[in-house]
Write a protein that binds this ligand. Structure first.
Ligand code: UT7
Length: 336
């Protein structure tokens, strides 16, 4: 029997219309446009409306990805959604809600919780499902309504995050040239308190005290996380390239998680990447956690810069702590 590979067929994304600019944040907390721009590279981020949930944004992204893969919803046999801002804590999974809204029934559907690394984690799962022969067409989503877990009284976090969704189709192929080359995903739970939403959960079930102490919002040890992110990502991307015998100059698009421009620059410099190789969306979307990488891939796709055979290097880092990287050739359907 011939070997089956996983191909990255298509991308789609959705960004809510409402913009929260640095100037808007100046009116909410003690911060400045200059500080935010200099320390993060962020100018503005998108915020979902009240009646727009994580699954609604995911559905918009997914419709585009399914359409661009020349598939119909009946072809999808697995829905995986990476999110830390699910529609519901903790059931039904957002993937189930998305499948239902798309009209995909009797499909396996589940969420992945790996914070900002969620999309890369989901890709590792999709690759394994396809290569094992268990599934043929997988809808992989990263979707976040982070504005529901961001504390808009905390200037150290509220300036960073935004809402949005991205989706990709990963399909079975017999063509080795189309194959996702490698996906690495790692974690170190000893740093669990570096990025944490303390409640609600089994440790801190709902109570008035939780609300009074604002424990249902994200907390971050920013500077400590920053230092580990730079160190870990630099060695992780070097290792994935070395292991697969690929040079920095072979990368068409470096698509990093959009957490902080300074982290992206440090990793890009370590790989000696040219400016035109690096995909940046941080200025207009901020950090959208699991959605940030697929939203960035969609950006180059819609700008006409992502072509068949282009090699993408992804890297990501987030709560857990979790991190990962991936080497992926873009492999749209051949009849495109
Ligand atoms: O996506 C998941 C992974 N996340 C990350 O990788 C994020 C990693 N961390 C970061 O991106 C950066 O650490 C931040 C952007 C969060 C913070 O930048 P920093 O350069 O590490 O700043 P800092 O935390 O060391 O704070 C420097 C100063 C402090 O004041 P003092 O103590 O020097 O007087 C802060 O209180 O900046 C102050 N500060 C602010 N000032 C204006 C912190 N936040 C703000 C703010 N506006 N929003």
């Amino acid at each position: 029997m011939s070997r089956v590979y996983a191909a990255f067929r298509s991308i789609g994304a959705y960004a809510p219309k409402n913009i929260l600019s640095n100037e808007d944040l100046e009116k909410m907390v003690d911060t400045s446009n200059e500080w935010i721009l200099k320390r993060t590279g962020i100018k503005e981020r998108r915020i979902a409306s009240k009646d727009e949930s994580t699954s609604d944004m995911a559905v918009e992204a997914a419709k585009k990805a399914i359409d661009r893969a020349n598939l119909s919803k009946e072809d999808i046999d697995l829905v995986v959604c990476a999110t830390i801002s699910p529609d519901f804590f903790n059931m039904p999974s957002t993937a189930c809600v998305i499948a239902n809204k798309l009209g995909i029934n009797n499909v396996q559907a589940f969420d992945i919780s790996a914070a900002c690394s969620g999309f890369v984690y989901a890709l590792s799962v999709a690759k394994a499902f396809i290569e094992s022969g268990m599934k043929k067409n997988i809808l992989v989503i990263g979707a976040e309504k982070l504005s529901t877990i961001v504390d808009y009284q905390d200037r150290t976090t509220c300036i960073l995050f935004g809402d949005g969704a991205g989706a990709a189709i990963i399909s079975a192929t017999l063509d080795k040239d189309e194959a996702i080359i490698d996906v690495r995903a790692s974690a170190d739970g000893s740093y669990q308190d570096f990025l944490i939403t303390p409640a609600p959960g089994a440790v801190n079930p709902p109570s008035q005290e939780i609300l009074d102490n604002r424990l249902c919002y994200m907390k971050m040890k920013g500077n400590e996380t920053f230092k580990i992110a730079v160190k870990t990502l630099t060695s992780d991307v070097k290792e994935i390239l070395e292991k697969n015998n690929i040079k920095s100059e072979d990368i068409t698009h470096f698509v990093p998680h959009q957490a902080n421009y300074r982290i992206i620059k440090a990793v890009g410099d370590a790989l000696k990447l040219k400016e035109e190789q690096i995909v940046l969306t941080i200025a207009k979307y901020g950090n959208t956690s699991a959605a940030s990488i697929p939203m960035a891939i969609n950006e180059i796709y819609e700008e006409g810069k992502l072509k068949r055979g282009d090699l993408m290097l992804l890297d990501t880092f987030g709560g857990g702590l979790t991190w990962g990287s991936a080497l992926i050739p873009f492999a749209p359907s051949k009849n495109d």
